[in-house]
Design a protein around this ligand. Structure first.
Ligand code: PLP
Length: 406
């Protein structure tokens, strides 16, 4: 069971600012002490480049290998060799998009969604442009910001080669039925790329159950350092053409990990996975503990969503964008975006900051959804992004601040 009072003490970022309410998690979460320790220990004890025969390099490679296995456990990947680390999700997607541009042909089609962060849109639309392929879009239902699966089905055909969707929207919190989208895309032979960046801190991920071909996430969104992570199906990682320097490895995952990596950050990624696994009780293997911990996080976070949505429902000055129905909490993560009738998002976010409540205003790079909702011209929305270290008391502080807004 998730009890924030017990785990908040593990986060120096939280304890150093007891006055602050961190509702900025979707832009990057705070890190527990064990992640900080792992980064410091890397520099202190094992700082070396990859592939040497001397002690620090051997030890460094052992830590990096451990991080590949840790991420394989978090995502339920069949093999640690299918885990690729990189700068961030955006860079990994652009790297993959160079390969896509080489295999797409004129007449081929790709499908992207109007709900996604632009990092899961532009890499693919630019690849399609370069290859002379056609881009098709999955629309959204504006009333609840869910994906319009009928529009997806209408776009799907034997010409579809690539489908890119997110597991959850970083703009409005909607969780997508990625397993169904994947199943239908695979029926026409398309390759499926899932963006789990926003979803990853909020629930269990299982690439085998999802049936996708690629899934990307970013450790700084799930309590780790600024490192991007890509899982890819072994056959595809092996067969797709890759832009790389000639002397570097052609094996997996080295083929896709261009240049020298952020070793200290990757050491921290393994510690972030350990932090999550340690939230579960019992002695089961790490994958089982991760599943249990992420399921507990999910149910705790639903109590946060419920409390905030209930509070906002009785304050008509504010409008919630996305799923509001308390019976559909399993269709959203606790990322709740609002606008105010008479105060701009930028002003509202600045006002909250003056009350030590941290939020973001704008479109959060979820450009299409902000446009679809007609919010682009008025500054987007204010995103109140909660994670498992947030509390009901913090939501009550936010609601009081909203009541005091002049
Ligand atoms: C849903 C989603 N996808 C992709 C990204 C880009 O991730 P990164 O910052 O690792 O490039 C973000 C970042 O906010 C995001 O929220």
């Amino acid at each position: 069971m998730i009890i924030p009072a017990n785990l908040r003490s593990q986060f120096p970022g939280l304890t150093n600012r007891p006055e602050a309410v961190f509702f900025d998690g979707p832009a990057g979460t705070q890190t527990p002490q064990r992640v900080i320790d792992a980064v410091v220990s890397y520099f202190t004890n094992t700082n070396a480049n990859h592939g040497g025969v001397f002690a620090t390099s051997v030890e460094s490679d052992r830590i990096l290998d451990g991080a590949h296995q840790a991420m394989a456990d978090l995502l339920n990947a069949p093999s640690p060799h299918e885990i690729v680390f990189g700068n961030n999700m955006t860079s990994l997607a652009f790297q993959m998009s160079r390969s896509l541009a080489r295999v797409l042909k004129p007449g081929d089609e790709i499908i992207v969604s109007r709900l996604d962060h632009d990092a899961n849109v532009s890499p693919w639309t630019l690849a399609a442009r370069d290859a002379g392929a056609t881009v098709r879009w999955i629309d959204i239902h504006r009333e609840d910001c869910t994906l319009d699966l009928d529009s997806f089905r209408k776009q799907l055909s034997s010409k579809t080669k690539w489908v890119a969707v997110g597991l959850a929207s970083n703009g409005v919190g909607t969780m997508n039925d990625a397993a169904t989208i994947t199943l239908e895309a695979k029926r026409v032979g398309a390759t499926v790329f899932l963006d789990a960046v926003h979803y990853a801190p909020h629930g269990p991920v299982d690439v085998q159950a999802l049936g996708c071909d690629f899934l990307a996430c970013s450790a700084y969104k799930f309590f780790g350092p600024h490192v991007g992570v890509l899982w890819g199906r072994r056959e595809l990682l092996a067969s797709l053409p890759c832009y790389k320097v000639r002397p570097s490895s052609n094996d997996l995952p080295g083929k896709w990990m261009t240049g020298t990596q952020n070793h200290e950050g990757i050491a921290g990624v393994a510690a972030a996975v350990e932090y999550l696994a340690a939230l579960a009780d019992g002695q089961a293997d790490r994958r089982a503990r991760l599943r249990q911990a992420m399921t507990s996080i999910q149910s705790y976070e639903q109590t946060l969503s419920k409390h905030l949505l209930t509070g906002l429902a009785s304050r008509p000055r504010f409008r919630v964008w996305g799923v509001r129905d308390l019976n559909r909490l399993c269709q959203r993560v606790p990322t709740i975006s609002i606008t105010c009738k008479d105060v701009s998002p930028a002003h509202l976010s600045a006002y909250l900051a003056s009350k030590q409540i941290y939020s973001w205003a704008g479109n959060m790079y979820a450009v299409e959804v902000s446009e679809q909702l007609g919010l682009e011209a008025t500054g987007g929305f204010v995103r109140l992004g909660m994670v498992h270290y947030n509390t009901i008391a913090e939501i009550d502080r936010l609601l009081k601040a909203l009541d005091d807004l002049g």
